[in-house]
Design a protein around this ligand. Structure first.
Ligand SMILES: [Zn+2]
Length: 282
């Protein structure tokens, strides 16, 4: 089956370099998904920057998002020795760096993830799920969240789930069910990639994720004791108790998302926002 392409004129959002990028026509002929995210790795448009392009079904670029990771550590050529092994480098080569942020986010926050595979993709569901599970503390392991879709035809995808991440193995992301930015994932992957040893990379990721979950558990213990609490008071309590720097709104949103997705929606509703309250009075 010969694939036809549409040419997109892509501009690097950091330095303005322009280059045409071929995108499979099938991406636009599908009607299931609105705007999709296309990952632009280093050297595809710019030798120095990688980023995401948001494209609608008419092929019009709607926006860009920068990815602030230097990828010197990930060469585009799979080296023979580690080819086929499941490690961070190989997974990034397959899914793209933003695809990996998304898959990790899906795993931590318990969103189902659907992977549309191409013919070269060689991992099975069980393997991907166990890799994902290994990032989590034991009590959160074991639920299957990653599913592989064998048919590459986008129009045949039968995922009705609005809560699902849907991506393929060619750097396209069709649906992300969250609105939060993947800053946490970017930060932990960045740290992990600074380490050469593969096992140590995984351990560091585990550690960063388990630290987040520790904050989650502490937050839950506070919430269990109160009827309601203001967001900023909660942030101060968490940072004091765990001796960490002041919990940012972003970080608190991560904690809330984790509780909502993994523990209880009800308990999150105890967290109040002063601005919201003020506006509702007007
Ligand atoms: Zn650039």
């Amino acid at each position: 089956m010969a694939e036809t392409f549409k040419v997109l004129e892509v501009v690097c959002p950091t330095c303005g370099k322009v280059k045409n990028v071929n995108v499979p026509e099938a991406i636009f002929s599908q009607k299931k998904f609105g705007s999709i995210k296309i990952q632009i790795p280093i050297n595809a448009v710019c030798p120095e920057h990688q980023f995401i392009v948001f494209v609608d079904t008419k092929g019009i670029i709607r926006g860009y998002e920068k990815i602030d990771i230097l990828m010197d550590t990930v060469s585009p050529i799979v080296d023979r020795e580690t080819a086929g092994r499941v490690n961070l480098k190989n997974l990034i080569q397959i899914f793209g760096i933003y695809g990996i942020f998304s898959l990790i986010h899906g795993k931590i926050f318990n969103y189902p993830s659907y992977v549309i595979k191409d013919e070269n993709f060689q991992y099975d569901e069980a393997l991907l799920n166990s890799v994902g599970d290994n990032l989590l503390p034991e009590t959160y392991r074991g639920s299957k969240t990653i599913y592989i879709i064998e048919d590459p035809d986008i129009n045949k995808i039968k995922v009705k789930d609005k809560d699902a991440l849907i991506l393929d193995t060619s750097q396209h992301i069709f649906q992300t069910p969250w609105s939060i930015k993947l800053k946490f994932e970017e930060q932990i992957i960045k740290r992990a990639l600074e380490i050469i040893d593969e096992e140590e990379q995984l351990k560091l990721l585990q550690q960063d994720i388990s630290n987040l979950i520790k904050e989650v558990h502490y937050t839950v213990s506070i919430l269990e004791e109160v009827d309601q609490i203001y967001e900023d008071d909660l942030a101060v309590k968490i940072s004091k108790a765990l001796s960490i720097k002041k919990t940012s709104t972003y970080h608190l949103n991560l904690i809330k998302e984790f509780i909502r997705r993994n523990i209880s929606k009800k308990i999150v509703s105890k967290i109040k926002n002063r601005v919201g309250e003020f506006l509702s009075v007007i």
